[in-house]
Design a protein around this ligand. Structure first.
Ligand SMILES: *Cc1c(COP(=O)(O)O)cnc(C)c1O
Length: 410
């Protein structure tokens, strides 16, 4: 075998097929990335349960290795259900290509591990998913990558933290749980000025509400466990960007193995069919419930980017189609126990972590995600004892409000 053959990377990208249809958002949710004609004339894609794929003869193997033929080889490098979901996600996000991972965290870890080398630095806005922070400070650091965290939305601080070794600027938008929206024009301009790539974790926005690639962001990342899957029944993650930028991430994923089963991908594809319909209701519920909470005498403060009182409302209004279903609020004059009592009185919403599913979820961040942190750490991360996070599902708005009213009045 020649050198070229032995170095052939088996993580071939999905065939670059144009979307079968073009059209509005819901049309793309239903048909995007799917073939018109499917096996056995089925309207749905079959779940292809195969860990390996066979070749008719040796020449077919050689043709595949020499990249003369695009096809499946072994399940760690991809499967037919994944190809369809990746094309659908790329279409919804307006990107060239998508890569799907087995969870949002696998996607973040995969991207950072693929792009960074020892000695490199990244700059992160400080309001972020706590496991992303943990990965950077506890694990990336062991490989000699330095993470700088700067106050969210403070571009002067972000600029000051950039050095000749900076490789990536990272933010969420909106952030979790304060729902700060980032001015993506400024974020991208800073990256371009210093020739540093940019990554937005847009899990809370979804491509329905915000399309960061349109602003020139290099990588968009989602926990597809949330709104994209939408039914609290699967874990997945994805990254969308240019094919060129995604190639080394795909190669690393083929080695890491953080891939989804065909069954899981079928659920994600099915969930995506109703994506626009669900987002319309999440946006409607989020805004109505936030407005209700803001006028309730037991509520001290509401964080929701759709409210004029939110510090980044102007950015949100300018750049987003809607503001999602996640609301964070503080209970007036309440200690942690009185706050917990309100959570415990809620009947319709279920107590649990996560967001973006059809079922409304409620949690007290102090207890759910930050219980083992010191009070100083919680203060630094902006998690007061009287904070409640509510992830509105798609139930009827009036039922959600009635439930919260009895819990707050109780
Ligand atoms: C949930 C979440 C993640 C992690 O995703 P998983 O699918 O749970 O691994 C990352 N970022 C944000 C903003 C999230 O909400």
């Amino acid at each position: 075998m020649t050198e070229k053959h032995s170095e052939h990377d088996r993580s071939v990208p999905p065939p670059r097929q144009r979307p079968v249809v073009d059209g509005g958002f819901s049309t793309l949710s239903v048909h995007g990335g799917e073939a018109r004609s499917k096996p056995l004339d089925a309207i749905t894609d079959p779940i292809v349960c195969s860990s390996t794929y066979t070749f008719p003869d040796t020449q077919s193997v050689i043709d595949f290795i020499e990249q003369k033929q695009q096809r499946e080889e072994y399940g760690r490098y991809g499967n037919p259900n994944e190809r369809v979901v990746e094309r659908k996600l790329a279409a919804l996000e307006g990107g060239q290509e998508a890569i799907v991972f087995s969870s949002g965290m696998a996607a973040i870890v995969g991207l950072l591990m693929a792009k960074l080398n020892a000695g490199d630095e990244i700059v992160f806005f400080d309001q972020c998913y706590h496991r992303s922070r943990e990965f950077c400070f506890k694990h990336l650091s062991r490989f000699g990558v330095v993470t700088h965290q700067v106050p969210t939305g403070d571009f002067a601080a972000m600029e000051a933290a950039i050095t000749p070794r900076t490789r990536l600027l990272v933010s969420e938008s909106p952030t979790n749980p304060q729902l700060t929206c980032i001015d993506l024009e400024q974020f991208v301009a800073l990256g371009k000025a210093y020739e540093v790539e940019t990554l937005i974790d847009a899990t809370l926005a979804t491509p329905y509400n915000l399309r960061p690639l349109d602003f020139g962001v290099d990588y968009v990342l989602h926990s597809a466990t949330k709104y994209l899957g939408g039914h609290n029944d699967l874990l997945a993650g994805c990254i969308i960007g240019s094919s060129e930028n995604l190639q080394d991430i795909r190669n690393l994923r083929g080695v890491m193995g953080g891939i989804n089963s065909p069954h899981n991908l079928y659920l994600l594809q099915r969930g995506l069919k109703t994506f626009e319909l669900r987002m319309e209701r999440h946006n409607q519920n989020g805004l109505a419930v936030a407005q209700f909470l803001e006028q309730h005498p037991r509520v001290e403060k509401v964080y929701y980017p759709g409210l004029p009182s939110h510090p980044t409302h102007e950015i949100a209004k300018r750049t987003m189609r809607g503001f999602g279903g996640l609301i964070t609020f503080l209970v007036k004059d309440a200690d942690w126990r009185e706050t917990a009592d309100i959570v415990d009185r809620v009947q319709l919403a279920r107590i649990g972590p996560s967001l973006g599913g059809v079922e409304t979820l409620i949690e007290q961040p102090l207890v759910m995600s930050y219980y083992t942190c010191t009070p100083e750490e919680r203060q630094r991360f902006g998690i007061p004892d009287n904070m409640i996070r509510l992830a509105c599902g798609i139930e009827n708005t009036e039922d959600l409000i009635a439930d919260l009213r009895q819990a707050l009045d109780g």
